[in-house]
Design a protein around this ligand. Structure first.
Ligand code: COA
Length: 699
């Protein structure tokens, strides 16, 4: 028996389900730290607990979670293999068959299989802090234990399509409004659930047998259209919509249909890739041997520089509840930066993303100054000034003088050598890199850069801060471009060489988006502006190996005033009213000239070849930087690319992709890459890196 029986307290041994009688009510407590994932043992424990309650002649039962939440979902580690009996639908059947009402008491999160489990109960009571959702589609499959059937019978089909296809996690108050829960419990949750049962009568009430709420078909159609568009053609979205739409049909038939689709999709390529990424993301924020308890408390932060990046960082810090001092070089620049932040808070309110009182709180938590003396109360200061070594060194020296000894100093540099930057400081151990991506309050990725002298406590603080900001941290060592930008540079270089050798920019971009990238490399360049990379190339011109292949096209574009979208033209023209990118004959002529100058006879490349060459460049560069120890683990590279560079999540990441591809084909791609790059090409230890990557596909 997997149920741990206690006399009168609902406690359990970890990994099992506690059973206790409170008068004539059975209390089942799921205790599987840290998040009560619905493992096989938990499923057994619940069915055993229900059986024990029947045997004890219980008049009702409460199902709850110990620790921080109800149930965060089924145990994803079991999803790549055959599932052992009882499966979740068997557990729910036992609850439905019990002769007494069962109340699920929800706190923390009730997600995925956790929410489905509660929907299989007769009633649901939630703590006000609870969050509920069916996020399965974000993992490549669909709810498989009645989520697509029971939810719509409570909320209506349009809402269910929206919630399921958006993988939404909604607060308890919204769940109450939608009819997903029957009441909110202030104070003690168990006491509230027991009172709810005792106040009865609470007849059995199976969500599967409730009449579907009357609904406007047009609203269902609209929800389905929006979901399909957002779902970018992934097959699980269409299946989820189909099943919810049909949830007014025979429940038994529909539950069996849902289960069959779930069983197929949980073993699909998308699902394996997304599960891999799920665990890779959780690992990326950790450093072996690092004592996270050494992290310093950060409640007041400073930001130096109120440009686009600085403003984004301020917004991210404010959103996490920190107080922020923004420093600019003069009053005029400060006023511009502060009004920019003010305006974007206003825009968030207007879009319904932030409440008016929330915006006011953030405004009150922000102050500005032109004097570093205003930073004396800060625990952490992030500099986001011009990307120039001497400028940054000057800022760091001034910060060291102005800040209390224990305050952390972070640089948002995206390329510069932090070890060089801290030379001359008395306490370089207090400096780390926090490399945000623009817009800093939106983009998930945060590279946490561990410089040679960064202390463990400062590194731990950076990682903890990333969590508070809701960011996905990836730890990097110092090296030009760290992890993400370095790999991106190799990818962009390969894209440019493809153009020099015969592909059109729009063919390369179409191949990249065809693979699943959010945007192609040339559309990205146009969006971010071509001038920053141009300036960098000019700086590096003297040290460039003259024998290496050099693509002059971007320089020629810049010389022609084509700096990207901001000048109305770059790799593309943006002349027409819609602002859409259009291939431009002027660019084609410029490319032809560059080919002639380089003595290249243009070849044609099909989309598949372009895709595989772009991927080969990424994979090879990743192997190089892993070899140099810039990234900690192969899976961290996948996390960085999927969270900061528009790499399609459902492909797991470039190294996961490569590890699941045929080796012979990949070797041929790498050979072709070496030939195309030519002089100076460095082959990374790709085979070794891929051999060490656990894709989770075996065993
Ligand atoms: N199955 C297995 N393990 C899970 C899990 C699941 N469904 N959900 C979380 N975990 C594990 C994590 O891997 C992590 O393990 P680790 O400590 O060994 O790294 C641990 O639980 C804590 O999770 P983490 O995400 O680091 O904590 P958090 O406090 O930031 O977030 C949740 C907690 C529950 C919000 C988050 O884990 C989550 O969203 N879980 C998945 C929800 C989901 O998709 N459920 C549907 C599955 S059917």
């Amino acid at each position: 028996m997997n149920t741990h029986v206690t006399q009168d307290t609902p406690e359990a041994s970890p990994g099992t389900v506690g059973f206790a009688m409170q008068g004539d009510i059975a209390v089942l407590t799921i205790d599987n730290p840290p998040v009560n994932a619905g493992s096989h043992a938990v499923r057994r424990g619940i069915t055993d607990g229900i059986a024990a309650a029947c045997e004890a002649g219980a008049a009702g039962a409460v199902l709850m979670g110990a620790g921080r939440c109800f149930v965060a979902g089924s145990d994803l580690r079991e999803f790549g293999k055959p599932l052992a009996w009882p499966e979740l639908p068997d557990v729910i059947a036992a609850i439905e068959d019990a002769p007494f009402p069962v109340v699920a008491a929800l706190h923390g999160v009730a997600l995925g299989g956790g929410l489905e489990l509660s929907l299989g109960c007769d009633y649901r009571i939630a703590a006000p802090d609870a969050r509920l959702g069916l996020p399965e589609v974000s993992l490549g499959f669909i709810p498989g234990a009645g989520g697509t059937q029971r939810m719509p019978r409570l909320t209506g089909r349009a809402s269910a399509i929206d919630l399921i296809c958006r993988a939404a996690r909604i607060p308890a108050t919204e769940a109450l409004t939608l009819g997903l829960v029957d009441g909110l419990a202030e104070g003690d949750l168990l006491a509230a659930a027991l009172a709810f049962l005792r106040e009865g009568p609470r007849p059995k009430r199976l969500a599967r047998t409730l009449p579907p709420p009357p609904e406007d078909e047009a609203a269902i159609d609209a929800a389905a259209r929006t979901a399909l568009k957002r779902g970018k053609g992934r097959p699980n979205i269409a299946e989820a919509i189909r099943l919810v739409r049909a949830s007014d049909g025979d429940a038994g038939t529909m539950l069996a249909d849902e289960r069959a689709v779930f069983q197929r999709l949980r073993l699909s390529d998308d699902a394996f890739a997304l599960r891999y990424l799920f665990f890779a993301e959780r690992t990326a924020g950790s450093v072996d041997g690092l004592d996270m308890t050494a992290a310093l408390r950060v409640s007041a932060a400073g930001v130096i520089g109120g440009g686009t990046m600085g403003q984004g960082i301020v917004r991210a810090l404010l959103a996490a509840g920190l107080s922020v001092v923004l420093i600019e070089r003069d009053e005029a620049a400060l006023a511009t930066a502060l009004s920019g932040i003010d305006a974007s808070l206003g825009a968030q309110v207007a879009r319904g993303r932030l409440s008016a009182s929330g915006a006011e709180q953030r405004r009150a938590a922000l102050s500005g100054a032109v004097d570093y003396g205003a930073l004396s109360g800060c625990d952490l200061v992030i500099e986001a000034v011009f990307e120039e070594m001497s400028v940054k060194q000057d800022v760091l020296a001034r910060l060291e003088a102005a800040l209390p000894a224990e305050a952390i100093i972070a640089t948002n540099t995206s390329y510069l050598d932090i070890d060089e930057m801290v030379q001359g400081l008395s306490h370089p151990e207090r400096v780390l890199g926090l490399h945000f991506f623009s817009p800093a309050d939106v983009m998930k990725l945060l590279e946490v850069v561990r410089a040679a002298r960064t202390s463990d406590a400062v590194l731990a603080s950076g990682l903890k801060l990333a969590g508070r900001l809701g960011k996905q941290p990836v730890v990097a060592r110092v090296g030009e471009g760290f992890v993400g930008n370095r790999i991106y540079a190799a990818y962009r270089r390969r894209a440019e060489l493809l153009v020099l050798d015969g592909a059109a920019p729009e063919e390369v971009d179409a191949a990249a988006t065809g693979f699943g990238f959010a945007m192609g490399p040339f559309a990205v360049s146009d969006m971010s502006g071509l001038d920053i990379a141009w300036a960098m190339r000019k700086r590096q011109a003297a040290s460039r190996d003259p024998q290496a292949r050099y693509v002059t096209i971007p320089d020629r574009l810049c010389e022609a005033g084509r700096l990207g979208r901001k000048t109305g033209k770059g790799w593309y023209a943006y002349g027409s009213g819609s602002g859409a990118a259009e291939p431009d004959p002027e660019v084609a002529a410029l490319i032809d000239a560059a080919r002639a100058e380089a003595g290249v006879s243009p070849q044609s490349f099909d989309a598949g070849t372009i895709q595989r060459q772009l991927l080969a460049a990424i994979v090879n560069e990743a192997a190089c930087l892993l070899d140099e120890g810039i990234a900690q683990r192969a899976s961290d590279v996948d996390v960085a690319l999927a969270n900061g560079y528009g790499f399609p999540r459902w492909r797991g990441g470039p190294l996961y992709w490569a590890a699941t591809e045929g080796r012979a084909e990949l070797e041929a791609d790498l050979k072709a890459l070496a030939a195309a790059v030519g002089h100076g090409f460095r082959a990374g230890p790709v085979a070794e890196v891929l051999a060490g990557l656990d894709t989770g596909r075996e065993g």
